[in-house]
Design a binder for this molecule. Structure first.
Ligand SMILES: Cc1cc2nc3c(=O)[nH]c(=O)nc-3n(C[C@H](O)[C@H](O)[C@H](O)COP(=O)(O)OP(=O)(O)OC[C@H]3O[C@@H](n4cnc5c(N)ncnc54)[C@H](O)[C@@H]3O)c2cc1C
Length: 793
């Protein structure tokens, strides 16, 4: 009993110890929680430490999170307490059960002990009874033996009987003893069994005790492990709390750090904002400056724009048609003036605007009058009074024409033998007359005797003259076309000498090209004109021709406007008319809106205005002319053309192609007491005197011409060299369009359509005129103008 009490006491003590441990743990947790609550009231610390400035920026969210975490901690602590209380309750129940179990075991153990005690007492009693029975038996056996012995003395038989009975008895006794022994053994066995049972019981009890102890130990271990677990849990809890504290501390530190970082960031942000603000201010300032600049610029631009707008307005106003007319005539040369006049004659109501680039009208038929009273045609030109169109369109008498003598003087310097020139200055300079005895019968003798050409040549002139006399102009232009050289040589059989000495300088002076590049038609046409009429000079120069046309135009009271100095750049269709765009010399615009347009410029410009392809433009021929004033009598007293009949011509040494003294033909060309010498130099020869910039080296040309003249007229060589005064050098580009062969051939009587600029189809209500449309002569210009006017109406 004492041993069981010890065990129970030990269990109870252990249980108390566990309980106390739990209680201590619980209190510790409670204290910690209380301290924690006191120490970390939710959100206070941060609020205090961070300060009011920081407090303002701690986000509500963060505070809430912190409170939530503390609330979670509190809840976890409550849960732990709750579990501890439950645990206590459970322990109490377990203790009660344990108590009950222990009571029961104690009772069982007591009962078992009582049973063992009874069994032991019974066994002791049985052994005592057995020992007493054995002792009684032994006593009875000894008494029997004594009685037997006493009887043996009686008889032997009896003795034997007695012995037998004694043996039997002994046997019985042995059996009884054996039985008793067996019983004893059985009893002993039973006892042994009992003892064994008792031992087993003891063992059982011991085992039970051991089991109980084991259970107790297990329980203790369990309690210990529970305690350990609890302690561990507590430690973990403490660790958790510590971790939580650390976490909170870390959190706090992190929060502080974050806060510091936030403050730093905020500071940085503030700095950034400040920098940004400064930058913005700078940008604003820059923007403001830029805006001011833009405003200034805009103001400037507006000013410029206003000026531009004003200018544009002026330009627009200037661009507006200054004149709205029925017909605009571009070009105030002979053809343009004639076309305008033809139109006006046909329909006087027409409003016509002539736009002329130059300051004066007349184009290539023009003259300058020097301050000293010389009339200088812009390049040597003659008026042939037999031109068919001239006769029809011009008032010839009014031109006060002064004719050249028919034929020409031909200067020769080399000898000819067997039809070939001997070359160089192989002969004396001779000036010989090539006469036209048909027109000047008195020249027949000199013509026959003239060294220029053979007799046969002179005879062969007759069929040529016959041909051109009998052929109409139309017939001439219908003939098969060859070069003039071929016609002269092959058709008419003239000698090289005659061609070289007469036809070449004569025709080249007119067509400004080699005989190879001249049309046989043009040769026949011009030979006809020269033969039927006279080459003349109008009074006042060639300018008299356009002057007459201009004067005719001025007779129209209204509807005729002439603007000089207006260069037309082009024209474009506007609505159902054309806007002809022109520029004045001062650069201002002068535009004309016209229903119809006549293009009357020279060929090259006509192509430019129409913006036509270069290949369509015919080649242009050029010529030069140098004028000298003479205070003495000219070396040639006759009004006649002087031709260079030398083989060598058109060189630097012999540049002259032909010359004349216009003042001898028409005194109007020179002031009184003076004479005018006109020297013609063909284009290719002029090119020999061009400088790098394309301009003519006039001094060089003048010197070469004078030198050449001195050779021709050595008798006045000194005069020529020293006293002749150079008046002007004309370098006439685009003097004539080339007209020979193929698409550039000459066409008389409007063989070319006025509605087509060669190779370029013209738009509706636009026509073209000019010498390039007919023959490259004054006659051709007039004729093309008439055709253009007809085509337009
Ligand atoms: C040196 C020389 C000698 C000549 N000798 C003879 C001769 O002896 N016999 C003979 O029959 N023919 C001669 N001719 C040829 C004759 O002069 C021309 O065939 C004739 O003048 C052509 O007249 P036109 O109206 O067709 O052209 P142009 O007289 O050239 O008239 C064209 C006009 O258009 C003007 N113009 C040009 N561009 C523009 C523009 N963009 N805007 C406005 N106006 C513009 C020009 O200023 C010019 O006034 C000679 C020519 C020259 C140059």
């Amino acid at each position: 009993m004492a041993e069981g009490d010890d065990v129970n006491g030990e269990v109870l003590r252990k249980r108390d110890r566990v309980k106390r441990a739990f209680r201590r743990l619980k209190n510790a947790i409670k204290n910690k929680l209380r301290k924690k609550r006191q120490k970390d009231p939710p959100g206070d610390d941060e609020t205090e430490t961070v300060g009011s400035e920081v407090e303002a920026v701690v986000s509500e969210e963060e505070t809430q999170k912190r409170e939530e975490r503390l609330e979670e901690d509190r809840k976890r602590a409550e849960e732990i307490l709750q579990r501890l209380q439950e645990r206590e309750e459970l322990e109490r129940k377990e203790e009660a059960l344990e108590e009950e179990r222990r009571e029961r075991e104690k009772k069982e153990r007591l009962e078992s002990l009582e049973r063992l005690e009874k069994a032991r007492a019974k066994r002791e009693l049985e052994e005592k009874e057995r020992a007493e029975a054995e002792a009684k038996a032994k006593v009875e056996a000894a008494a029997e033996a004594e009685r037997v012995k006493a009887k043996l003395s009686v008889t032997e038989k009896e003795a034997q009987e007695l012995e037998r009975v004694a043996a039997e008895k002994a046997e019985q006794e042995r059996v009884a003893a054996e039985k008793a022994e067996q019983e004893r053994v059985a009893a002993e066995k039973a006892e042994q069994e009992r003892v064994a049972a008792e031992k087993a019981e003891q063992e059982r009890v011991a085992a039970e005790k051991a089991a109980a102890e084991k259970a107790e130990k297990a329980e203790l271990e369990r309690v210990a492990s529970e305690k350990a677990a609890a302690e561990k849990a507590e430690q973990e809890k403490i660790a958790a709390v510590k971790a939580e504290q650390e976490r909170i501390a870390a959190e706090k530190a992190a929060a502080e750090k974050a806060e510091q970082e936030r403050i730093a960031a905020e500071k940085a942000e503030q700095e950034r904002i400040a920098a940004e603000k400064a930058e913005q201010e700078r940008i604003v300032a820059a923007e403001k400056a830029e805006q001011e600049r833009i405003a200034a610029e805009r103001a400037e631009q507006e000013k410029i724009a206003a000026a531009a707008a004003e200018k544009a307005e002026q330009e627009r106003l200037a661009a507006l048609p200054q004149n709205t007319v029925d017909v605009a005539v571009i070009g105030g040369g002979v053809s343009g003036l004639t076309a305008a006049r033809s139109l006006k004659k046909k329909n006087p109501k027409l409003n016509i605007q002539i736009l002329e680039k130059a300051a004066t009208l007349g184009g290539r038929v023009n003259s300058d009058v020097t301050s000293t009273g010389f009339t200088l045609d812009r390049g040597f030109a003659v008026f042939i009074d037999s031109y068919p169109e001239s006769k029809k369109l011009l008032n010839i008498p009014k031109l006060k024409l002064q004719p050249f003598q028919p034929g020409a003087f031909v200067v020769t310097s080399e000898g000819w033998k067997d039809g070939k020139a001997l070359g160089g200055d192989s002969g004396p300079i001779k000036i010989s007359r090539v006469a036209d005895p048909l027109r000047r019968p008195m020249d027949l003798f000199s013509a026959v005797l003239s060294p220029v050409g053979t007799f046969v040549d002179k005879v062969r002139v007759i069929p040529l003259l016959y041909h051109v006399f009998k052929s109409s102009v139309d017939e001439i232009f219908d003939e098969a076309e060859t070069s003039t050289l071929v016609a002269l040589k092959e058709r008419w059989g003239f000698s090289d000498q005659f061609i070289c000495q007469f036809f070449a300088p004569f025709l080249q002076g007119i067509y400004l090209a080699d005989l190879n590049d001249q049309s046989s038609r043009m040769f026949h046409f011009i030979f006809k004109c020269f033969s039927e009429g006279s080459a003349c000079l109008p009074e006042g120069g060639m300018k008299a021709v356009p002057k007459q046309l201009e004067a005719d135009l001025s007779n129209f009271i209204s509807g005729m406007d002439i603007a000089t100095g207006c260069s037309v750049s082009g024209f474009e269709a506007v609505e159902d008319a054309y806007l002809v765009k022109a520029l004045k010399p001062d650069g201002s615009k002068f535009n004309v809106k016209a229903d119809k347009v006549i293009l009357a410029t020279e060929a090259s410009t006509a192509y430019e205005i129409m913006d036509a392809d270069e290949p369509a433009r015919p080649p242009q021929r050029s010529v030069g002319c140098i004028y000298y004033s003479l205070s003495t009598q000219p070396p040639v007293k006759d009004p006649i053309l002087v031709l260079n009949g030398e083989k060598e011509k058109g060189t630097l040494v012999k540049p002259i192609n032909n010359l004349c003294f216009p003042s001898v033909v028409s005194s109007s060309y020179a002031p009184p007491g003076k004479h005018l010498c006109s020297v013609t130099i063909l284009g290719p020869t002029m090119d020999l005197f061009r400088k790098d910039d394309g301009a003519i080296d006039e001094e060089k040309l003048d010197a070469a011409v004078r030198s050449h003249l001195v050779k021709w007229f050595p008798e006045v060589g000194g005069e020529i060299s020293n006293r002749w005064e150079t008046l002007k050098v004309y370098d006439v580009m685009n003097a004539q369009p080339a007209q020979f062969g193929g698409k550039y051939s000459a066409n008389f009587n409007g063989g070319r359509k006025a509605k087509e600029l060669l190779g370029v189809e013209l738009p509706e209500n636009v026509v073209v005129c000019g010498d390039h449309q007919s023959s490259a002569t004054l006659n051709g210009a007039l004729e093309s103008a008439v055709n253009a006017a007809k085509a337009l109406l």
